[in-house]
Design a protein around this ligand. Structure first.
Ligand code: ZN
Length: 135
Protein backbone atom coordinates (compact mmCIF):
# COMPACT_ATOMS: atom_id res chain seq x y z
CA UNK A 1 0.00 0.00 0.00
CA UNK A 2 1.38 3.32 -1.00
CA UNK A 3 0.57 6.23 1.12
CA UNK A 4 1.06 9.44 -0.62
CA UNK A 5 1.64 12.41 1.46
CA UNK A 6 0.53 15.59 -0.09
CA UNK A 7 1.94 18.73 1.25
CA UNK A 8 -0.75 21.27 1.78
CA UNK A 9 -0.88 24.06 -0.70
CA UNK A 10 1.05 27.02 0.40
CA UNK A 11 -1.12 29.91 1.37
CA UNK A 12 -1.57 32.20 -1.53
CA UNK A 13 0.77 35.09 -1.23
CA UNK A 14 -0.77 38.42 -0.72
CA UNK A 15 -1.09 39.86 -4.12
CA UNK A 16 -0.92 43.49 -4.81
CA UNK A 17 -4.31 45.07 -4.69
CA UNK A 18 -5.58 45.33 -8.18
CA UNK A 19 -7.89 48.06 -9.29
CA UNK A 20 -10.42 45.73 -10.89
CA UNK A 21 -11.44 43.49 -7.97
CA UNK A 22 -11.55 46.48 -5.64
CA UNK A 23 -13.69 48.38 -8.07
CA UNK A 24 -16.00 45.40 -8.41
CA UNK A 25 -16.36 45.18 -4.63
CA UNK A 26 -16.96 48.91 -4.43
CA UNK A 27 -19.69 48.69 -7.07
CA UNK A 28 -21.29 45.80 -5.20
CA UNK A 29 -21.05 47.73 -1.94
CA UNK A 30 -22.69 50.80 -3.47
CA UNK A 31 -25.48 48.72 -4.97
CA UNK A 32 -26.19 46.92 -1.69
CA UNK A 33 -25.21 49.15 1.22
CA UNK A 34 -26.71 52.43 0.04
CA UNK A 35 -30.27 51.12 -0.50
CA UNK A 36 -30.03 48.99 2.64
CA UNK A 37 -29.04 52.03 4.70
CA UNK A 38 -32.01 53.96 3.26
CA UNK A 39 -34.32 51.06 4.01
CA UNK A 40 -33.19 50.59 7.63
CA UNK A 41 -33.21 54.35 8.23
CA UNK A 42 -36.80 54.72 7.06
CA UNK A 43 -37.90 51.58 8.88
CA UNK A 44 -36.60 52.96 12.19
CA UNK A 45 -37.27 56.66 11.60
CA UNK A 46 -33.72 57.96 11.16
CA UNK A 47 -32.65 60.62 8.73
CA UNK A 48 -29.03 61.00 7.72
CA UNK A 49 -27.32 63.52 5.54
CA UNK A 50 -25.00 61.79 3.07
CA UNK A 51 -23.55 58.33 2.71
CA UNK A 52 -20.03 57.52 1.57
CA UNK A 53 -18.58 54.13 0.73
CA UNK A 54 -15.02 53.90 2.04
CA UNK A 55 -12.23 51.39 1.88
CA UNK A 56 -10.11 51.59 4.99
CA UNK A 57 -8.72 49.24 7.61
CA UNK A 58 -9.66 51.22 10.68
CA UNK A 59 -13.43 50.79 10.92
CA UNK A 60 -16.45 49.12 9.37
CA UNK A 61 -18.36 52.33 9.50
CA UNK A 62 -18.56 55.73 11.12
CA UNK A 63 -20.96 58.61 11.59
CA UNK A 64 -20.01 62.28 11.62
CA UNK A 65 -21.48 65.14 13.62
CA UNK A 66 -22.91 66.41 10.32
CA UNK A 67 -25.01 63.26 10.07
CA UNK A 68 -22.93 61.75 7.29
CA UNK A 69 -22.51 58.00 7.38
CA UNK A 70 -19.44 56.20 6.09
CA UNK A 71 -19.65 52.50 5.35
CA UNK A 72 -16.68 50.31 4.52
CA UNK A 73 -17.02 48.42 1.24
CA UNK A 74 -15.36 45.45 3.00
CA UNK A 75 -18.73 44.97 4.75
CA UNK A 76 -19.70 43.03 1.64
CA UNK A 77 -17.44 40.23 2.91
CA UNK A 78 -19.55 39.84 6.05
CA UNK A 79 -22.80 37.90 6.54
CA UNK A 80 -25.85 40.05 5.87
CA UNK A 81 -26.94 40.28 9.48
CA UNK A 82 -23.56 41.73 10.45
CA UNK A 83 -23.77 44.28 7.65
CA UNK A 84 -27.17 45.28 9.03
CA UNK A 85 -25.72 45.41 12.53
CA UNK A 86 -23.01 47.87 11.44
CA UNK A 87 -25.56 49.99 9.56
CA UNK A 88 -27.85 50.07 12.60
CA UNK A 89 -24.86 50.95 14.81
CA UNK A 90 -24.09 53.98 12.65
CA UNK A 91 -27.74 55.00 12.47
CA UNK A 92 -27.94 54.98 16.27
CA UNK A 93 -25.07 57.48 16.33
CA UNK A 94 -27.39 59.97 14.65
CA UNK A 95 -29.14 60.11 18.02
CA UNK A 96 -26.26 59.24 20.34
CA UNK A 97 -22.80 60.31 19.25
CA UNK A 98 -21.07 58.12 21.82
CA UNK A 99 -21.06 54.56 23.08
CA UNK A 100 -22.87 55.25 26.33
CA UNK A 101 -25.61 53.22 27.98
CA UNK A 102 -28.38 54.94 26.01
CA UNK A 103 -26.61 54.22 22.74
CA UNK A 104 -26.36 50.50 23.52
CA UNK A 105 -29.95 50.41 24.74
CA UNK A 106 -31.17 51.95 21.49
CA UNK A 107 -29.03 49.69 19.32
CA UNK A 108 -30.07 46.61 21.29
CA UNK A 109 -33.73 47.48 20.78
CA UNK A 110 -33.17 47.71 17.02
CA UNK A 111 -31.31 44.39 16.97
CA UNK A 112 -34.03 42.48 18.74
CA UNK A 113 -31.96 42.17 21.92
CA UNK A 114 -28.99 40.64 20.09
CA UNK A 115 -26.59 43.56 20.20
CA UNK A 116 -23.95 41.87 22.37
CA UNK A 117 -24.10 38.67 20.40
CA UNK A 118 -23.74 40.48 17.07
CA UNK A 119 -20.93 42.66 18.41
CA UNK A 120 -19.10 39.50 19.48
CA UNK A 121 -19.59 37.98 16.05
CA UNK A 122 -18.32 41.10 14.32
CA UNK A 123 -15.10 40.99 16.36
CA UNK A 124 -14.25 37.70 14.66
CA UNK A 125 -13.82 39.49 11.37
CA UNK A 126 -10.85 41.64 10.61
CA UNK A 127 -10.46 44.23 7.91
CA UNK A 128 -6.76 44.66 8.35
CA UNK A 129 -3.95 43.31 10.51
CA UNK A 130 -5.14 45.20 13.56
CA UNK A 131 -8.77 44.33 13.19
CA UNK A 132 -11.48 46.90 13.18
CA UNK A 133 -14.70 47.87 14.81
CA UNK A 134 -17.72 49.94 14.06
CA UNK A 135 -17.10 53.38 15.45
ZN1 ZN B 1 -19.87 53.55 17.20
Amino acid sequence: MIIRIFTPLRPIRRRRRKAVPDEALRAEAKAWLIPRLAELASEHGFSYNKVFIKNNVSNWGSCSTKGNINLNMQLMRLPEELRDYVILHELCHLRQLNHGAEFHELLDSLCGGREKELRRQLRQYHIGANGASAS
